[in-house]
Design a protein. Structure first.
Length: 319
């Protein structure tokens, strides 16, 4: 197992280098001037803008800028934002709690809902519960998140006024009243994300369970006198979780990337909103940092999913 992990880590290093090079090249060759905001300000002369360009290294060729960025990254320096003129890592740490609170909570709820719903739907195939769950799963999977968000906002925020429209990122939970306010403002964006994520995970869980329920080892376990509950939970569930683990593990990096549409719709000041703002402002260091962190997390959790294969399936051995 240790040798396998070492091999995967060694393979991941050139993979991440190639990913970082491609991302940097795309951002450097994309149209847009990071200092365009200064061009609209008549108080900043052309000579000052040129000095700022030299200070940020934008006067150098992009391959040279990539090498300088990579060397700085190895020292733990993610660079400075063109927009805020502050360290990129500080900007990310400032936005991360909002994303983890909303998107992380939604993903956890989705996993806790999807697994039991998928199990029951498969065990009780074609029952009323299965038909209802399948119907709502198809709706949640098919309807885009911005439409679901607008519908929920129109009904529960504008007409009924049960929840606020705009997410207050400055709210600090210090007592019961502020905790209730936090829950109220989280309800709509979390619901939008839960609907979509639960629908996808439920379909995968149900399909994986149905694939295993018809296999010979299930009939053998029942022939030995094991109850249906024991057969499902002890034998079928463990094998059915193998493909679902990959989906869940690869979905975890999206928590840190943020839900771009939902965060912008409800004005959640998280990483998704930061990414969109940075792309619009051609803030290359911030976009580069966010996309590269997402790539690192994807590689790491892909490795974690492969390791969990060996835990869930005794036939898998990394020797």
């Amino acid at each position: 197992m240790l040798q396998y992990i070492i091999r995967r880590v060694l393979i991941a290093i050139p993979t991440l280098l190639i990913i970082s090079f491609v991302i940097f090249a795309i951002l450097a060759l994309a149209p847009g001037d990071p200092l365009a905001q200064f061009a609209l300000n008549p108080a900043i002369p052309e000579s000052t803008r040129e000095l700022i360009r030299i200070q940020f290294g934008l006067d150098r060729p992009w391959p040279e800028r990539y090498v300088r960025w990579l060397i700085s990254l190895m020292r733990g320096d993610w660079g400075f934002s063109f927009g805020t003129r502050g360290p990129v890592i500080d900007l990310i740490w400032q936005r991360l709690p909002q994303t983890l609170t909303v998107v992380g909570t939604a993903y956890l709820i989705a996993v806790l809902l999807a697994i039991p719903i998928g199990i029951i739907s498969a065990v009780k195939q074609y029952s009323i519960f299965d038909n209802v769950a399948t119907f709502f799963a198809f709706i949640g999977f098919s309807v885009p998140s911005f439409f679901t968000g607008l519908v929920l906002m129109l009904i529960f925020a504008i007409n009924l006024r049960w929840f606020p429209i705009v997410y207050n990122t400055t709210l600090q939970v210090v007592d019961w009243e502020t905790f209730v306010q936090q829950v109220r403002q989280m309800t709509l964006p979390v619901t939008v994300l839960v609907v979509q994520q639960t629908a996808a995970l439920t379909r995968f869980m149900r399909s994986s369970m149905l694939d295993n329920l018809s296999l010979d080892y299930v009939r053998t376990a029942r022939a030995k006198g094991l109850s249906d509950r024991m057969v499902v939970l002890r034998h079928v569930l463990r094998n059915s979780l193998i493909p679902v683990v990959t989906l869940i593990a690869l979905g975890i990096p999206t928590i840190f990337a943020g839900a771009i549409i939902t965060e912008n719709l409800f004005r959640v000041n998280g990483l998704g909103a930061l990414l969109i703002t940075s792309i619009n402002n051609s803030d290359t260091p911030v976009v580069m940092a966010l996309t590269f962190i997402f790539a690192i997390l994807t590689v790491v959790f892909n490795l974690i999913a492969d390791i969990l294969y060996g835990v869930l399936d005794p036939r898998v051995r990394y020797s």
